[in-house]
Design a protein around this ligand. Sequence first.
Ligand SMILES: [Zn+2]
Ligand SMILES: [Zn+2]
Length: 219
Amino acid sequence: MTVELDKWFQSIPEAELGAYSVQKQEFVKKEITKTCSMCKQTKSLTEFYKRSDSYKYITLKARYKPYCKDCWLNIRREWRKNNPERYKQHYTEYNSKNMSRISAGVKRRYYELKVKVIAILGGKCVYCGCDDLRFLEINHIEGGGNKEKKAAKIFGRAYMREFYLSIINGERKDVELVCGPCNKLHFYWLKFGRDNVPFKIIWNVEENTNFAQQASHPV
Ligand SMILES: [Zn+2]
Ligand SMILES: [Zn+2]
């Protein structure tokens, strides 16, 4: 699963990774200090914002603004007060320019959450042992997943996020990890009774034949 996550992470274009590399540098920045040229206080580099043209500077220290965050925010506040129209324009431009980076961050955090949930629930289908991330789903053991989804006041990813978090926090004992085919089979078990469903999942993969036969519906 870690491999899958790495693969996904590597597929994000370098430009969109800016936010994450900054996080990685955070521990280095704490050790370096810089003196604010406005308030004259010496602070750790984490107390400074990066310059927008930081790539022009060689040392890490020089890549940060000459004013500390507090002073910079004061300057910005003053500027906003004096230039409300230009601020509005700048803000809109910034958002449209950074949209792909922002959504990559959201996507990544959501994916990390999903991988964590899958790991907590055992990392493979409880019925046939399938551990391919593409096919794994979370099943409500007693059914009612759709009803629960409809009753929630939130939708789509926001709902899934809450759902995943409740599993991570150990609040859900009514869910299990299954693959898509076993999930469908489970649906029929609930509908017609397990003894009345004459199917079982067998993998069509040569090297896994033994494993698949052993793991097919152990219960
Ligand atoms: Zn300052
Ligand atoms: Zn399965």
